[in-house]
Ligand binder design. Structure first.
Ligand code: ZN
Length: 178
């Protein structure tokens, strides 16, 4: 029975991986790259945190990178590992490299940010499909427990209601396999 379960998990992993690999693009920023090469601090991911960017107008990744670097003063630039636009997944940081998206809990914590302000709108259907596939893929890849997949607001000391009141996180989690 256990072998059967493992086999099923493997089948799903291959399915999610093949879908994600078609939908993902690497977006490299030089300042983020420099941080990657300077830091030796790597950790196998144990958590996944979901965010929204709370931006209602179209935005480029370059603008977000400059905002994080210049206005927030985060020298490593783009704070998240993944960004899900309305129709594509972008990978900016390596999963094992530290992000800068949760207060006091960035070690081994993959940050995924969706474009949109989900206090006012909802994620598009394509965004929801991309997110479900990406989170399942990462969960299998790094063996992340389901309870460690959270919205930003569930982290203590983080005074936020990210990823927005219209993002139904409980419903989203029903699409994440055990
Ligand atoms: Zn957030």
């Amino acid at each position: 029975m256990r072998i059967f379960k493992k086999f099923i998990r493997l089948v799903f992993f291959v399915l999610f991986w093949s879908f994600v690999s078609r939908e993902i693009l690497n977006q490299n920023f030089q300042d983020v790259e420099i941080c990657f090469t300077q830091t030796t601090q790597k950790a196998a991911p144990k958590y996944i945190t979901i965010h929204h960017d709370a931006i209602e107008h179209p935005v480029t990744l370059d603008e977000i990178n400059r905002y994080h670097r210049d206005s927030c003063g985060w020298s490593c630039g783009f704070a998240y590992h993944f960004y899900v636009s309305e129709n594509k997944i972008y990978q900016i940081r390596n999963e094992e490299t530290k992000g800068a998206h949760v207060l006091n809990a960035n070690t081994a914590n993959i940050g995924i940010c969706l474009h949109g302000n989900f206090d006012k709108t909802k994620p598009t259907l394509k965004q929801q499909i991309l997110l479900i596939a990406l989170v399942n893929y990462l969960k299998f890849k790094f063996d992340i427990p389901k309870q460690n997949i959270k919205p930003h607001q569930d982290w203590e000391q983080n005074n936020t209601h990210c990823c927005g009141q219209n993002f139904d996180f409980e419903k989203f989690k029903t699409f994440i396999l055990d």
